[in-house]
Ligand binder design. Structure first.
Ligand code: AMP
Length: 147
């Protein structure tokens, strides 16, 4: 049976995310794997100015978004004893950022929900679908149902 060494759980902080995190934690324990967590701040209008990404956005508001996200990730990570070096808050496209962090950190299993905040009518949400498409490692989509 295959054995995972590094599992990355992606959370969008939606109501059902505790189910995904719990599943990832169980898998990490069974495999004696390292568990990491990521949240990606989506939908900031980032422009590429040729000399790097520019956020034409209110600076304080952006910082507030980042701080809030970090706080939530730290809270979740503390419950699971995830080290600060294994917690990520990124800005950009969730599917690409999640896949990039997974590749850079030799993650061999990404755990996501089948759906996030949107799209419960679909079989698979667009982030989950994108990760399945681009990831070079295994991906587990934890099935979420509309309560
Ligand atoms: P979606 O495909 O957007 O419906 O979301 C499916 C799953 O992808 C969610 O349950 C999360 O596990 C993950 N996900 C979606 N958006 C994000 C995000 N911004 N940051 C981290 N993970 C996310």
């Amino acid at each position: 049976m295959s054995h995972y060494n590094h599992i990355l759980v992606a959370t969008d902080f939606s109501d059902q995310s505790s189910k995904i995190i719990q599943r990832a934690n169980e898998l990490a324990q069974t495999n004696q794997a390292t568990l990491s967590i990521i949240h990606v701040i989506d939908n900031l209008p980032i422009a590429d100015a040729g000399y790097g990404p520019v956020i034409p956005f209110d600076g304080d508001l952006t910082q507030q978004l980042i701080d809030n996200a970090r706080q939530k990730v730290v809270q979740l990570a503390e419950k699971l004893a995830i080290k600060p070096t294994h917690q990520w808050v990124e800005i950009g496209s969730p599917k690409f950022e999640i896949v990039n962090i997974a590749e850079q950190n030799k993650v061999d299993l990404i755990v996501v929900g089948s759906h996030g905040k949107h799209g419960l009518a679909l079989l698979l949400g667009s982030t989950a679908n994108g990760i399945l498409h681009y990831a070079k490692c295994d991906v587990l989509a934890v099935r979420l149902f509309n309560d």
